[in-house]
Design a protein around this ligand. Structure first.
Ligand code: 5GP
Length: 299
């Protein structure tokens, strides 16, 4: 006789596979919060939108310790302050607890807010390998009315790159001359190797004519543009998840372990700068990310 209360082996195996997959999904989400690919508020929104999702099934203490700078001591103080039991899952929070947790997160780690009165100078930056170049190229193809800035660089051209279209390829002496003559809006040495800079003249002309200029530059450049023109719109491009960024960064497997680790450290530092930006756009689909950047640029 079979025991009807005991699920057949196949069911148990399937259930344990599902449990492993759910645990993996929760772990990936926690990495996203820890590396700042998503804000704690975003994870909470996902959990409340779908309590049966991986986010919804996450226990509140797990969620809290995923937040950078929250250790076990702080976690326990937060739980006590908000009167939330440590066994609670995010998807199972009561209405008051949801509100208190959201307000607490907003107070402690405010999400970047768009600032009104922005100019039509738009900067697109983000961590290495997030796909800034692809998104910028997509905007250029679909929105020719937006002027994509052509940078000057001391890097030699790659096969297929066209002078004046992809870059102005210059030598060190010419780059120095451009800096000295004040011809660059910003400039930086990228990846400790070559110098890149945004020619000021074409940007000023576009803005004077009432057009929109888009700069696809690195983080140091974005900061200089903000300093030079505080009304510039800064857009930070995010990967859909930390795991996806890791995949894009090291996926080709052509770098050694040390180089891979260096790139991942850089990506974490870069992600930590997103609070300085006005908007964040997730690059999970190039066409949709491009449209979101255009929407920001044409408000
Ligand atoms: P690549 O050499 O692959 O074309 O570009 C390398 C990096 O340089 C990219 O991250 C790109 O955003 C950055 N970059 C390109 N042009 C400029 C520029 O004019 N200024 C700054 N600061 N960075 C740039």
């Amino acid at each position: 006789m079979t025991d009807s209360r005991r699920p057949p082996d196949v069911d148990r195996i399937a259930a344990s596979r599902r449990a492993v997959a759910a645990r993996r999904e929760r772990a990936a989400l926690k990495r996203d919060v820890t590396t700042r690919v998503i804000t704690p508020q975003e994870l909470l929104r996902r959990a409340l939108a779908d309590p049966d999702s991986a986010a919804g099934a996450m226990r509140v203490p797990e969620f809290l310790t995923a937040i950078p700078a929250v250790g076990e001591g702080k976690r326990d103080r937060i739980l006590a302050e908000l009167a939330i039991s440590p066994v609670k899952r995010l998807g199972g929070l009561g209405a008051r607890q949801r509100r208190d947790l959201r307000e607490f997160l907003d107070r402690r780690w405010p999400e970047p807010q768009p600032r009104p009165g922005r100019s039509r100078l738009v900067v697109l930056a983000g961590p290495t390998a997030v796909g800034k170049g692809t998104v910028a190229a997509q905007i250029q193809a679909t929105h020719p009315e937006i002027h994509l800035s052509v940078s000057a660089t001391t890097r030699p051209p790659r096969p297929g790159e066209v002078e004046g279209e992809h870059y102005f390829f210059v030598d060190d002496a010419e780059f120095d001359r451009m800096i000295a003559a004040g011809e660059l809006l910003e400039h930086a040495t990228v990846h400790n190797r070559f110098r890149y800079g945004t020619p000021r003249g074409p940007i000023e002309k576009v803005l004077t004519d009432g057009g929109t200029a888009l700069l696809e530059i690195d983080l140091q450049g974005a900061r200089q543009v903000r300093a030079a023109d505080p009304s510039a719109v800064l857009v930070f491009l995010l990967p859909p998840s930390w795991d996806e960024l890791v995949h894009r960064l090291v996926g080709r497997g052509t770098e050694d372990a040390e180089e891979r680790a260096r790139r991942l450290r850089t990506a974490r530092t870069e992600l930590a700068a997103q609070g300085e930006f006005d908007y964040r756009v997730v690059n999970d689909d190039v066409a949709s990310a491009a449209e979101q950047v255009v929407a920001v640029a044409s408000r």
